[in-house]
Design a protein around this ligand. Structure first.
Ligand code: ATP
Length: 300
């Protein structure tokens, strides 16, 4: 086993047939890393998480948590994991407080300053009736439960679903705090912003296969491109831009609108070209992770 390896998957496959499931996933996550997984609905994010949790028996390959098989040694691996499931269903307890206390009892832990900090951070109303909790309140309670395990590995399946922007920020702060303490986090999300602020690496999943990995270097490369939206007065000007810049993400010849993707180093070249073209409108936006993946999805 590689030193400090927290998660290891080898040819991990769960084949639900008809191209559904996850296929040949080879993933290594070291202790202290924060890794994200994105993909459209049905891409296989939850299947990946549930397989790592030992809830799903792989069709092929295997996964390990700190060198222990997450299916055959699930009783041991689960003790190393704090988990937020994609769909939260709480047991039939009265208040949030009773529920959290029961969880603490299971963990043989006490309500220490860390747990109190979590409760305050997510502004949990402990007196709230668990059945009547809003989606966001349930999500926050599930987050507190996962983090209070103080487990070395957190598996968080769409952890910020239903959270308002302030609570999403509180979540990001918390992930960065536990990361600084050496906790490993694997999270799925549809929110590129939170992934970018927390992750060392982001895996892009399509039809159950990892088709791209964005690490810190690639983040920088992505941000070194500009999306330039131009509207020209004449079709000649529009054609001139179209022939000079091959990478376009949007073209509307009727309105003479074109969006080109260029690296920062090419901006000067574009400006020189534009000197001879009559422009109605122009805007520059740094390429985001969102734009990048949108493009990847069209290409792959
Ligand atoms: N028990 C099952 N039996 C058959 N097919 C399944 C089963 N569980 C999941 N699938 C299929 O596997 C694919 C991956 O599902 P999964 O829930 O992992 O996707 P996801 O990326 O988490 O999607 P979302 O963003 O909607 O949560 C989907 O096509 C889904 O319908």
């Amino acid at each position: 086993m590689v030193m400090n390896q927290m998660v290891n998957t080898v040819h991990l496959t769960k084949d639900y047939k008809k191209n559904r499931g996850i296929f040949d996933m080879n993933l290594q996550i070291k202790q202290g890393e924060v890794v994200g997984i994105v993909g459209k609905n049905g891409a296989g994010k939850t299947t990946t998480m549930r397989t790592l949790m030992g809830f799903i028996h792989p069709t092929d390959g295997y996964s390990e948590i700190r060198g222990l098989n997450s299916w055959s040694q699930a009783s041991k691996t689960k003790r190393m994991i704090g988990y937020v499931p994609g769909e939260i269903a709480f047991p039939d307890t009265k208040s949030g407080e009773t529920f959290l206390n029961n969880q603490l009892k299971l963990l043989r832990a006490s309500k220490d300053t860390y747990v109190n900090d979590l409760i305050q951070r997510f502004k949990i109303d402990l007196t709230a009736d668990i059945k009547r909790m809003s989606k966001g309140m349930k999500q926050k309670t599930a987050l507190v439960c996962a983090f209070m395990t103080k487990a070395p590995l957190l598996l968080l399946d769409e952890p910020t679903t239903g959270l308002d922007p302030v609570m999403r920020d509180a979540f990001i702060d918390l992930v960065l705090k536990v990361k600084a303490n050496g906790t490993t986090v694997f999270l799925s999300s549809h929110m590129f912003n939170e992934l970018e602020r927390t992750c060392d690496r982001i895996l892009f999943l399509k039809d159950g296969k990892v088709i791209d990995v964005v690490d810190q270097n690639k983040f920088e490369t992505i941000h070194s491109f500009q999306k330039v939206k131009i509207q020209t007065s004449t079709s000649e000007g529009f054609q001139k831009i179209l022939t000079s810049f091959s990478e376009t993400s949007h073209v509307n010849s009727e309105n003479h609108e074109i969006t080109v993707l260029i690296s920062n180093t090419k901006v000067a070249t574009l400006l020189v070209l534009l000197q001879d073209i009559e422009i109605d409108d122009i805007s520059f936006d740094t390429q985001t992770l969102d734009n990048y993946f949108e493009k990847e999805l069209q290409v792959k």
